[in-house]
Design a protein around this ligand. Sequence first.
Ligand code: TYD
Length: 222
Amino acid sequence: MNAERKSGKFITFEGGEGTGKTTQIQLLAEGLRAQGYEVVTTREPGGAPGADSIRSLLVSGATDKWDPLSECLLLFAARREHLNKTIWPALRQGAWVLCDRFSDSTMAYQGYGHDVPKALIQSLYDAVVGAFAPDLTLILDLDVETGLDRANARNTETASREDRFERLDRSFHERLREGFLEIARQSPDRCAVISADNSPDVVGASIWKTVESRLDTRMAGA
Ligand code: TYD
């Protein structure tokens, strides 16, 4: 698959559990829309009909329900649908696409967390996504304990059963955090690490500044 020509920007949000990605995506979307940009928000796994069906297989049930490699294959199948049906069409129309998780989550969760060989994940990326990549990846970083407390409180409040990954043990989440930071070190031009240990407004301001400086857009209110 060749890289898709695009006029909009593709921004991905990454990080461990409870880092506040969902809130921050909404804040950035509102800010960009106020500046006149067309914005599409989406998430992985999911973001297209077939991908949403795969999501429901992945996010609930026993933690050992899937072998990590099967998990990778399902994630990349969902990603292919998401790219074809949602992300690439929106970018071609000039929209900015803000995506809650993308391939760095597979490298962090299945690669660093579950020991799927990183070269294999990279091969799947090359086959499924090709030369296409996010224009900017915001990695929300937070200590594991605070993140899991936040995620558990949210799940109790919303009675969510999408907690299959959150129930993995503490050392898994520590490897995950290190994995995201390592990904940021390896791709400094694409990635920015944002401290999520602050109020949503403060984190939002830091994201706004980063988007403005990295993507060279003129945005008021920074
Ligand atoms: P998400 O809905 O973003 O959950 P949260 O808002 O709690 O962060 O993602 C669902 C789960 O799927 C999450 O626990 C991480 C996991 N996941 C992977 O393990 N690999 C992936 O490639 C992706 C996209 C998600």
